[in-house]
Design a protein around this ligand. Structure first.
Ligand SMILES: [Mn+2]
Length: 379
């Protein structure tokens, strides 16, 4: 038995406001679908955030339809759960995933499906604030009991677990021992699969970069899983050829040399890379000045997008928490909170809200999310 596990495809995400980036998210998902057809896998599991928003554009819905049609034609079932991005606005409207149900998408939100000798269980995303109020272990145990017994059991989750999310829940108290394979979405950086008691825990990460973090760089892709029996699960990470992000650093004295070396990059990819320039400067020059330098040398058009991050020396200690250094800022925030808020529950709630805010790309997205999920902000 052979299946694919992918996650967090964020279809429709117009990263950096660019049409090309939206296309990249489709291409990455399409790569997995084509791979599935070529390998003729038995089925696919997708652990949430299929779409980037609960209101994808018509164009994005059509992209989803295109992908599912290919799988339907080859009779490859795909099972998914609702992530925090695509779960819809509850009572007011249907989830966009419901539309794809007509094309064979199996939504396994708080339910289960059987595929031959395998049970596939799933839970929709639950915000960590609400997760703390329930006994997840019992919820999952009860779900397991509802299904007819089968020799292999898969569980799909889209939740925040420690240690990746320090304010999240832990495996020990939340995952019962009845599942052989626990596939987890939500965290966008892939992890090497590991054993927790009798379960294999697998985080494939997202299929494209929703933000690029050089420090925690990890390749994008998905897992191809082969089940021999309960005790023998083979896994292989299959990389997706995504658009490249190139990061260069400069100081005042070496800016020209750095720009020259950027001009010598070999552009063999069919997708233009994204250039990230990070510099520390004492001079008073702007991003525009650097773009002009690159333009003068005639290689501005080699890149899809150029992002410049200038840090003035006198501003070295300025603290901003939305940006690339999210890990550092999280620790800073926790420190500030622990000094200012005595009450443990309140502190953890504030931290969760800050973490949630951090995961949005812009103000509009955040506003939409708050409007669509008012229950998150009531105790
Ligand atoms: Mn996601």
């Amino acid at each position: 038995m052979k299946f694919i596990h992918l996650s967090d495809t964020h279809l429709g995400y117009q990263h950096l406001g660019l049409e090309e980036r939206k296309r990249d998210f489709f291409d990455a998902f399409n790569y997995v679908v084509e791979y599935a057809l070529q390998e003729n896998v038995d089925f696919i599991i997708h652990t949430g955030d299929f779409f980037h928003t609960s209101r994808p554009s018509n164009e994005t819905l059509l992209e989803g339809i295109t992908l599912l049609k290919k799988l339907k034609e080859k009779r490859i079932p795909i099972y998914t759960i609702s992530g925090n991005h695509d779960r819809g606005s509850g009572t007011r409207d249907k989830s966009p995933l419901e539309i794809l149900k007509e094309l064979g998408l199996r939504i396994v939100d708080n339910s289960f499906e059987a595929f031959e000798d395998i049970n596939i269980f799933g839970l929709r995303h639950i915000h960590t604030v609400n997760l703390r109020k329930i006994d997840l272990n019992s919820v999952l145990q009860e779900l397991y009991e509802k299904a007819d017994k089968r020799p292999f059991n898969i569980l799909m989750l889209h939740l925040e677990f420690q240690p990746i999310f320090p304010s999240g829940i832990n495996f020990e108290s939340s995952i019962p021992e009845c599942f052989n394979y626990v596939g987890i979405g939500h965290y966008h950086q892939k992890q090497d699969p590991f054993k927790f008691k009798d379960s294999l825990i697998v985080y494939p990460g997202s299929t494209e970069y929703t933000q690029f973090n050089e420090k925690d760089y990890s390749e994008k892709g998905f897992y191809l899983i082969e089940i021999e029996n309960q005790n023998n699960i083979e896994y292989k990470f299959i990389p997706i050829p995504t658009r490249k992000f190139l990061t260069y650093r400069f100081k005042d004295e070496d800016l020209e040399a750095v720009i020259d070396s950027i001009g010598k990059i070999n552009f063999s990819d069919n997708k233009k890379p994204i250039l990230i320039l990070k510099g520390i400067t004492e001079k008073n020059f702007s991003k525009k000045d650097i773009i002009n330098l690159i333009e003068e040398r005639g290689f501005k058009d080699n890149f899809l997008h150029i992002s410049i991050n200038i840090e003035k020396v006198e501003n070295e200690y300025e603290f901003t928490f939305i940006g690339n250094d999210s890990e550092k800022s999280r620790i800073e925030i926790e420190k500030i909170l622990s000094e200012d808020i005595d009450e443990e529950n309140l502190r953890s709630k504030v931290l969760t809200v800050i973490n949630a805010i951090n995961s949005f790309e812009n103000m509009q997205e955040l506003e939409n999310y708050i409007n669509e999920n008012p229950e998150l902000f009531t105790v």
